[in-house]
Design a protein around this ligand. Sequence first.
Ligand SMILES: [Zn+2]
Length: 291
Amino acid sequence: MPHVRAPSDPRVTWDLPAPGALPRTAVLEPLVTRVLAPNPSGMTLDGTNTYLVGEPGSGQAVLVDPGPDDPAHLAAVEEALAARDARCVAVLVTHHHGDHAEAAQPWGARFGAQVAAADAAVAGPGGRVLEPGERLRLAGTVLGVVPTPGHTPDHLAFRLESGAVLVGDHVLGRGTSVVTHPEGDVVAYLESLRRVHDLGPSALYCGHGPELTEDPGAVLDYYLAHRAFREGQLLAALVRGAGTVDALVADVYAEVPRALWPAAAQSTRATLAKLAAEGHVVVDGDRVALP
Ligand SMILES: [Zn+2]
């Protein structure tokens, strides 16, 4: 029988702020200020985290994931820029989802700052399309462009000189990240988790939820184990006789409210695509079988 024991999340013993208790603005380290956008939801947790990155005294800052184009959020970002005595010199975006990218072009225009992203549509006219491995010399520091496809094909993380990594939606401050079919790719996602793990990050600054500073490697190990757990659950459900995507969801997500099952089905399809590519299952439309 496949291994189906749930891995435990190392963060349960950490002293993380309760959901909804993240401060509006926080200086995480000399290089980084975080500004929380006022868009909390089931998907965005406390809201989207917008980051300002720059060497203190450089008079400059890079804005990473401006988030929603919301006047109150813009005011908070401008206040944080003023507190850093910095002007915005570039806008970077981890991926094209609106809760990260919506304000990129309007605020880039407002600040006279170039927008940069992996997706040309996000970078916009006059923007810059980022390549994996690029080193961006901006605001008196260097940001490394780390490809992290999986949640979306265009997803990037940014490695700072301090060793911290801005991970967007690749890793969340609470719970696990969502990889859904057809946008997401579980194989790419797992490779991206290992890539960030190999960087030996000193901290993970997430697109949503609190900063992870205590043992970032343990969180990445947990994310990998959680994915393996989900695969094991699906294989075990197939052994028990579930033969369709819906039956698999009803078995594996029995304890989860039914309203979340459609999302669970998209996540299940993404995992099944990996298992099918590896020859562990055969998927034919909604029908799923062991080979
Ligand atoms: Zn997001």
